[in-house]
Design a protein around this ligand. Structure first.
Ligand code: TXA
Ligand code: MG
Length: 330
C-alpha cells in the first residue's frame, strides 16, 4: 500500500525527502494541503503532468494549479507578478488563494490546458511546505480524487478514490480548511473571481478593490475556468438542498422511495441517527467538515442526502457553491 502516515506539524524529513525524490523523478505523490489533498507531479514535465490526467480520468481541457514554496518562486511559472498579485500574496500567502497570471513559455501546455495563463498558489500546510521546499520544483496538483468525485480531505479518501495509481500518499490526517482554494483571475485588467472559497470576495476586495464575479456572468466562469463545469464535487447519492424547517418532512418523503436517507444539518430539528450529521454554524467550521460528511454518507450507502440550506452571506459563498455542485444533476 503506497500510504505513509506522518505528523502534520513536524513531518519526518526522511519521508519528505523520499516524496521529493519521487516528484523529481516524474512520479505522482498525493500530499495534504490546508484545503484538500493534492495529487502532485513535476509541473515542468509534460510527461509527469500527463500522469495526473491519466490517474484522475481528468479531461485535458481542465487546467491544473501549480504549487510553489514561496511567493518569490511564483515567477518560475508566472511571466509577471504585478502589484495586485503582490498585495494579495502579502495578505493571503501562504494560504488558500490561487492566482491566475500570464504564464511563462516554459510551463508545459499540459498544465494550463493550452491557456496563456497559469494558476499558482503557496499552500500553508506544513507538509506541503516541507515537500515543496525539498523538491525544489514547482508542483502541479489538482485535488487527489477521480474526476467529478468529492475532493479528499484525508489520506483514506485519497486511497479510496485513486488507490494504486499514485506512487505515494502522504497521510497527515484531516485537512483544516476543507474546501478548495479561492481562485482569482488576474490575467486581465479586471480581477475576476473564478471559484469562491473560504477567502471571500469581500476579503479580496479589501486588499485590491472591485472584483468581477465571473460565476455570475452566465457561461463566463466555465469559459474562463474550465474546471468550474457543473458536474463536479458530487457524491454518489442524490443531493437535495432544503430549508431547515423542511428537512424532517423531506427525509420522511424520501424514505418512502429509497432505502437509506442521510442528512447534513445545522439547526434543523431531526432525530439523531448515524446518517444525520450535525454541522457547526460558522462558515469555516462547516467548510472543514463538509467533504468528510459527504464521504461518510456515501460510504454508508445513502441513496439520498438532504442538506439544510446554508446562510446567504459572502462568508458562506464557498460552502454554498460546493453544496450547489454536489446537488447538481447535470
Ligand atoms: O485548494 C486547491 O486549490 C486544491 C489544492 C490541492 O491546492 N487544488 C484544486 O485543484 O482544487 P483542481 O484541479 O481540483 O482545481 C483547479 C481549478 C479548476 O477550477 C481550474 O479550472 C482552475 O483551477 N484553473 C487552473 N488553471 C487555470 C487557468 N489558467 N485559468 C483559469 N482557471 C484555471
Ligand atoms: Mg478538483
Amino acid at each position: 500500500m503506497p500510504l505513509e502516515r506522518l505528523d502534520p506539524v513536524n513531518p519526518d524529513p526522511r519521508l519528505i525527502e523520499r516524496a521529493a525524490e519521487l516528484l523529481r523523478a516524474g512520479r505522482l505523490v498525493a500530499f495534504p494541503t490546508e484545503t484538500v489533498y493534492g495529487l502532485g507531479a513535476n509541473a515542468m514535465s509534460a510527461e509527469a503532468v500527463q500522469r495526473i490526467y491519466n490517474a484522475k480520468g481528468r479531461p485535458a481541457y481542465n487546467p491544473l494549479i501549480v504549487h510553489v514554496a514561496s511567493a518569490e518562486l511564483a515567477t518560475t511559472v508566472a511571466q509577471t507578478f504585478d502589484y495586485r498579485a503582490q498585495k494579495l500574496a502579502d495578505a493571503f500567502w501562504p494560504g488558500p488563494l490561487t492566482l491566475v497570471l500570464p504564464k511563462r513559455p516554459e510551463v508545459p501546455d499540459a498544465v494550463t490546458a493550452g491557456l496563456p495563463s497559469v494558476a499558482v498558489r503557496v499552500p500553508s500546510h506544513p507538509v506541503a511546505h516541507a515537500l515543496l521546499s525539498a523538491a525544489r520544483i514547482p508542483v502541479a496538483a489538482p485535488s487527489a480524487n477521480r474526476s467529478t468525485q468529492v475532493s479528499p480531505t484525508s489520506g483514506a479518501h485519497v486511497l479510496k478514490s485513486l488507490g494504486d495509481s499514485v506512487d505515494l500518499i502522504l497521510d497527515a490526517g484531516p485537512t483544516p480548511v476543507g474546501i478548495e482554494s479561492t481562485v482569482l483571475d488576474l490575467s486581465g485588467e479586471m480581477p475576476a473571481l473564478l471559484r469562491p472559497g473560504t477567502i471571500s470576495i469581500r476579503d479580496l476586495e479589501t486588499v485590491i478593490g472591485p472584483i468581477a464575479h465571473a460565476a455570475d456572468q452566465r457561461g463566463e466562469a466555465p469559459r474562463r475556468s474550465p474546471g468550474m463545469l457543473d458536474k463536479h464535487y458530487a457524491p454518489r447519492a442524490r443531493v437535495h438542498v432544503v430549508n431547515a424547517s423542511d428537512v424532517g418532512i423531506r427525509m420522511e418523503h424520501e424514505r418512502a422511495n429509497v432505502q437509506r436517507v442521510g442528512a447534513i444539518v445545522i439547526e434543523a430539528e431531526v432525530e439523531s441517527t448515524p446518517s444525520v450529521i450535525h454541522m457547526p454554524n460558522d462558515a469555516l467550521g462547516y467548510a472543514a467538515r463538509l467533504y468528510d460528511a459527504l464521504h461518510t454518507l456515501d460510504d454508508a450507502a445513502c441513496d439520498v442526502i438532504i442538506i439544510e440550506r446554508v446562510p446567504d452571506d459572502p462568508a458562506w459563498a464557498g460552502v454554498a457553491d460546493r453544496i450547489r455542485r454536489a446537488a447538481s444533476s447535470d
